[in-house]
Structure formats: C-alpha cells, structure tokens
Design a protein. Structure first.
Length: 104
C-alpha cells in the first residue's frame, strides 16, 4: 500500500487500476482513512525503518551512523521538504530509543 500510494502521488511508479480505485475508496471513507494513515501506516513505518532498515545498518555500521542514515531515509520517505526535516529529527529520537530499549 505504501509503495503504491507513493507511486500514485509522484506518478512515476505504475499502479494497477484496481489498486488505484481501492486507494480512492479509502480516501472517501474518513474512518478507514483514519485507521490507515494514523494507526496502520505508522506501525508499518516503525517495523520497516527501525525493525528492518536500522537493524540491518547496525550489522554494518556504528550505532550513530546507522541511526543517522536510517533517519535520513525515514525523512526522505515522507516526500515533502517540511516533513523531511521533522521526520528526520523524529527518526533520530526513535532510533536512539530503539538502540537503548532494543525493542520496537
């Protein structure tokens, strides 16, 4: 869903018509939109960015370097210059917390 929604917004990644219709249906229903964007998306972002990407970088880099790289990727994933800076800073904090707690 994340990959497809990004593709639809930037128009560079081909998206099937049925997936595009499903995404439009989500946008029409405020309850499904709330659940999708406020609850489900952040959970998947955490699993992806801290549980998979940061963990992978920790196997090859020092913790500080791994946190910085994954945080920049987290910021870039939000596709907006204003959100980029905020998300990068949040990513730094969440990365440090992940390192300290060793748990999502």
């Amino acid at each position: 869903m994340f990959h497809s929604s990004i593709g639809m917004f930037i128009g560079k990644i081909p998206v099937s018509e049925s997936l595009e219709e499903a995404f439009e249906d989500i946008l029409k229903n405020p309850y499904i939109m709330f659940i999708s964007f406020i609850i489900v998306a952040p959970i998947f972002e955490e699993i992806l960015m801290r549980g998979i990407i940061l963990e992978g970088f920790l196997n090859n880099y020092k913790p500080a370097t791994a946190i910085i790289i994954s945080s920049i990727m987290f910021g870039a994933m939000h596709l907006n210059i204003f959100q980029f800076f905020n998300a990068t800073i949040i990513g730094l904090f969440l990365g440090v917390i992940y390192i300290i707690k060793q748990d999502l």
